[in-house]
Design a protein around this ligand. Structure first.
Ligand SMILES: [Mg+2]
Ligand SMILES: [Zn+2]
Length: 198
């Protein structure tokens, strides 16, 4: 039976998009949310769209931190957001890496962005129509993943964003991407999405 997917979502990258990019976030005191992240996510909440975090966490595969620690980070993010009147509907992460990793974490998986496994899982779990949904992130893979499922992709200039523009916007470059919009930060991205979806 095909279930009609009625929900739409904004799939938010985590590091460099919601919180400051610090390389590998391996200790909770390195977690710093951008000043307007909660406001941006609150706008998603009020719109009726789902706010879904979707992040590659290969630091797990590399042995820099555990899945339990990633869970702790997500609990902290949610707590900070709740205090500011916002919330994330669901957190997804990929713990794998194709060439570096311990045990089962070493694999070419279907969930590491730019593969679309996390979007597809969320779509099934939450009844999300991906074609009417958006991704927001600071790296090319955050935009490429949108293209794989017919969603729209927004690049933010925070985190690695400016570097991504410099490196990957050269036509013909291996990772050449064309975002639907280039935003100053997460709030600018969400403001654009709210206009675009109408
Ligand atoms: Mg990022
Ligand atoms: Zn994976």
């Amino acid at each position: 039976m095909t279930r009609t997917k009625k929900n739409t979502a904004v799939f938010l990258d985590r590091d460099g998009t919601i919180n400051e990019e610090v390389g590998y976030l391996d200790s909770i005191d390195k977690l710093k949310l951008f000043a307007n992240a909660a406001e941006a996510i609150r706008i998603i909440n009020e719109s009726g769209m789902k706010a879904v975090v979707m992040s590659n966490q290969s630091g797990i595969a590399r042995g820099y931190f555990t899945e339990e620690f990633v869970g702790t980070v997500h609990t902290h993010i949610q707590k900070i957001l709740r205090e500011r009147g916002a919330f994330v509907d669901a957190f997804y992460y990929c713990p794998h890496h194709p060439t570096e990793g311990i045990g089962a974490y070493l694999q070419s998986c279907s969930c590491r962005k730019p593969e679309a496994g996390m979007l597809i899982a969320a779509s099934e779990d939450m009844g999300i129509d991906l074609v009417k949904s958006y991704t927001v992130g600071d790296m090319s893979k955050d935009i490429q993943v949108a293209g794989k499922v017919g969603a729209k992709g927004v690049l933010v200039k925070t985190g690695y964003g400016l570097n991504t523009i410099e490196k990957d916007f050269t036509p013909g470059s291996a990772e050449a991407v064309r975002p639907d919009y280039i935003a100053e930060d997460i709030l600018d991205a969400i403001t654009w999405i709210m206009r675009d979806r109408q």
